[in-house]
Design a protein around this ligand. Structure first.
Ligand code: RRO
Length: 319
């Protein structure tokens, strides 16, 4: 990790992306690289490592209506080319978040995308309303796909439920809405289409893949809550496949996430159909993975003589 990483082109025009073309205000970001929810806290921790202003956006950790303490330990374990987590959505709840953590957001120098999760469409609506007019917040990401809480994934496994929740949020929210989908389905396309038809402005594909590890010595599940969400390079082929599946079915941007660390990883997602990318687990290994990726993307576009990243989005589909 280098605290003084030199980034040449965080705001290079070629890297600029529009993530909400169907929203009246749009969601223009200076580049397509953001942190994945849950891997950058609420921002200040990572701000000690590099200038967050180098990123397209920071997606904050998911918040729920009330405070949560999270799941029993152990909550994480390394796996081949990845890790399992069963964190269980510990967070201060919306009331305390607004009073404490969110106050730092305007001074972080990076657009904040607030992540929210709730148990019902009505709760999603109330939670979304709390972010109206909050300084620093440029969009909402509805986490319809947390694998580690009861009912956490239900919205992203049922087209009717996700449509209802998206509509509820949009009734009260003036912000662009990203819907974060789950890989724990056979076919993501009907769910993605339902979210898009209900008015979601972009889709975040994908959350973690449900998995499990057994502690052979104890002959018991290793994680405190038995199952967990798999992330890291191991899941990249799954994410690339889902982005490739969904891209021809929707007219809204896709944000690719799952196992992205390097330029080549990001390009895979972009060529499959992603307009932007999020980096999650890689930040735990290399805290400045996101600004490094911005730098690499800028250098790649220049070397390839491309005027815009958009020229690459979905290119793997073209004959
Ligand atoms: O907190 C978690 O356990 C968690 C969440 Br909210 C999520 O969306 N995805 C994940 O892998 N873990």
């Amino acid at each position: 990790m280098n605290r003084h990483t030199s980034i040449k082109n965080p705001g290079s025009p070629a890297l600029a992306v529009q993530l909400a073309p169907t929203h009246p205000d749009g969601l223009a970001l200076q580049n397509p690289v953001m942190t994945a929810s849950g891997t950058a806290g609420y921002g200040p921790e990572l701000a000690r490592v590099f200038d967050l202003g180098q990123l397209g956006a920071l997606v904050a950790k998911t918040v729920t209506p009330g405070p949560r303490t999270g799941n029993p330990t152990p909550r994480t374990v390394e796996t081949p080319s990845g890790m399992l987590n069963s964190i269980g959505l510990p967070n201060p709840g919306i009331h305390d978040l607004l009073r404490d953590e969110a106050r730092a957001w305007p001074s972080l120098g990076v657009p904040i995308i607030a992540s929210l999760a709730a148990d019902s469409a009505a709760e999603f609506r109330n939670l979304a309303a709390a972010f109206e007019g909050l300084p620093g917040v440029v969009a909402l990401e509805a986490n319809f796909s947390c694998p580690n809480v009861e009912h956490g994934m239900e919205f992203a496994t049922d087209p009717g439920l996700i449509a209802g929740a998206v509509e509820s949020i949009l009734e009260v929210s003036s912000l662009p809405l990203l819907a974060k989908l789950s890989p724990n389905v056979t076919d993501m396309r009907p769910i993605a289409v339902a979210a898009a038809k209900a008015g979601a402005h972009a889709l975040t594909i994908m959350n973690t893949v449900l998995g499990m590890k057994i502690d052979v010595r104890r002959r018991r599940p290793l994680l405190g809550d038995t199952r967990g969400g798999l992330s890291g390079p191991a899941i990249r082929p799954v994410g690339v496949r889902f982005v490739h599946d969904v891209y021809p079915e929707v007219d809204i941007p896709i944000i690719g996430v799952g196992g992205i660390a390097t330029l080549e990883d990001a390009l895979e997602y972009i060529l499959a159909g992603a307009t932007a990318v999020q980096v999650g687990t890689a930040t735990f290994v290399q805290p400045d993975a996101t600004p490094n990726l911005v730098d690499r993307l800028a250098a790649y576009l220049e070397a390839e003589g491309l005027k815009s990243l958009a020229e690459l989005t979905g290119a793997a589909h073209r004959a």
